[in-house]
Design a protein around this ligand. Structure first.
Ligand SMILES: [Zn+2]
Length: 232
């Protein structure tokens, strides 16, 4: 078992949903709870101490290259040492394979956008350039938001799109997106206003959330309905 700052990763045997091959892949077994001091950025992702942790959320079949969230792979009782291992590839590249698998299987743009965003965060955690990932995530998220058939939480994803625009340097686009965020997003009004201000000031840097917003968003007991985005 590999332990990185209270996160632990362990080889686990899984079955490929595409070709039924059994293989071993790293799986995340423990993850410390979020506290107000946990590093969470304004695009609402937790910064992980190592790219290998995020990469363990995705599994890649060594037989057919099918790559997707590990939760789509059924666990198997065989000892991981007795089955073929997953290919050793660079952590962010796993997300590129997952995007490819998604495209080959007609996944929705939102699924592709979320994989691309994780690829972006994983690249940053690996100390690699992340700009192309951001571009890919933005393109897919834009498609998802344009899809009239899609009935996800648009308001929430307009916020995420706002952050993608801001971090890509499209400050006008970011403000337009933040203006589309309403109460259905379940996001604190303070957060949306904060990111709007950062966009207007032309700041594209990733931003850490202050502890009180982390607490409000990620420590549910403390969540107060009053501070959610109010009806305009
Ligand atoms: Zn397979």
């Amino acid at each position: 078992m590999q332990v990185i700052k209270e996160f632990s990763i362990q080889p686990t045997s899984v079955v490929c949903p595409a070709c039924n091959s059994i293989f071993a892949t790293p799986g995340l077994v423990t993850m410390p709870n979020v506290t107000p001091d946990t590093l969470i950025e304004a695009d609402l992702h937790r910064v992980l101490p190592d790219a290998a942790i995020r990469a363990a959320l995705v599994a890649m079949c060594p037989a057919c290259s099918y790559t997707w969230w590990i939760t789509a792979f059924r666990p198997h009782l065989f000892k991981p040492g007795l089955v073929p291992p997953t290919p050793i590839i660079d952590s962010p590249k796993k997300f590129a394979h997952a995007v490819l698998t998604g495209r080959q299987n007609g996944a929705h743009s939102l699924d592709l956008a979320l994989l691309a965003l994780n690829g972006c965060w994983c690249a940053r955690e690996a100390g690699q350039p992340h700009e192309r990932w951001l571009e890919l995530a933005g393109g897919e998220l834009e498609k998802a938001l344009r899809d009239v058939q899609w009935n996800g939480n648009r308001s929430y994803y307009h916020y995420v799109m706002g952050e993608v625009c801001r971090q890509s340097g499209d400050f006008k686009g970011a403000v337009n997106q933040f203006n589309l965020v309403g109460p259905e997003s379940m996001l604190p009004k303070e957060l949306v206003e904060r990111q709007k201000v950062q966009s207007i000031s032309g700041d594209s840097k990733p931003a850490a959330l202050p502890p009180h917003l982390v607490e409000l968003l990620f420590c549910p007991k403390m969540k107060s309905q009053e501070s959610l985005v109010a009806e305009e």
